[in-house]
Design a binder for this molecule. Structure first.
Ligand code: F6R
Ligand code: ZN
Length: 169
């Protein structure tokens, strides 16, 4: 992966430039209905977040995933936009998180249902300990952008987050 510089003050330009080289995925409300209690009032299907991943999938044998999540500002009913949230299949796989711009909340949860929150704002660096589920919420007025780094092999377990009440049974 080439070096890149994340300049929060120039984030829109950075997104258009550097992110164009990454693998991009988007999550709309319709991709994650079970992760929200309600539905958009006007029948719209908003993009909730975008994930840009380096290096592009299949580009090499590296076991490192670097991704940038751009979590939009908005609500479904009273619920702020948030990521789905997941455990890693590998219980020994932690994750590093670095906030580029915006404000929000990282929630992390154990399989026994203990949930903790970490306040996020530009410049915050934090860790998701191995074995903990994690999701990010954006109750603020601006998009929230954060970089995540984890081993690729850890895999994502989205069903397990039922223990934290993040997805409907
Ligand atoms: C990687 C990781 C992040 C998330 C991304 C989207 O392990 O945690 O890159 O994948 O923030 O969230 P989810 O995957 O929960 O939809
Ligand atoms: Zn993760």
């Amino acid at each position: 992966m080439d070096a890149f510089y994340l300049d929060p003050s120039a984030f829109p330009a950075w997104q258009a430039g550097a992110a164009a080289a990454a693998h991009r995925a988007e999550r709309r409300w319709s991709d994650m209905r079970a992760f929200f209690a309600g539905q958009p009032a006007d029948g719209a299907d908003p993009v909730i977040y975008e994930v840009y991943t380096w290096p592009p999938q299949g580009a090499g044998s590296t076991d490192l995933d670097v991704s940038l999540t751009l979590l939009m500002a908005g609500r479904i009913g009273d619920e702020p936009f948030h990521t789905k949230g997941h455990f890693h299949h590998d219980p020994d796989g932690p994750e590093y998180v670095s906030v580029v711009s915006g404000e929000g909340l990282l929630e992390r949860a154990t399989r026994s249902g203990l949930v903790e929150s970490v306040a996020l704002r530009a410049g915050v660096q934090t860790l998701v300990p191995a074995g903990w589920a994690h999701r990010v919420l954006n109750p603020g007025p601006a998009p929230l952008a954060f970089v995540s780094i984890a081993s690729r092999h850890v895999g994502h377990d989205y069903g397990g987050v039922r223990v934290a009440g993040w997805v409907r049974p």
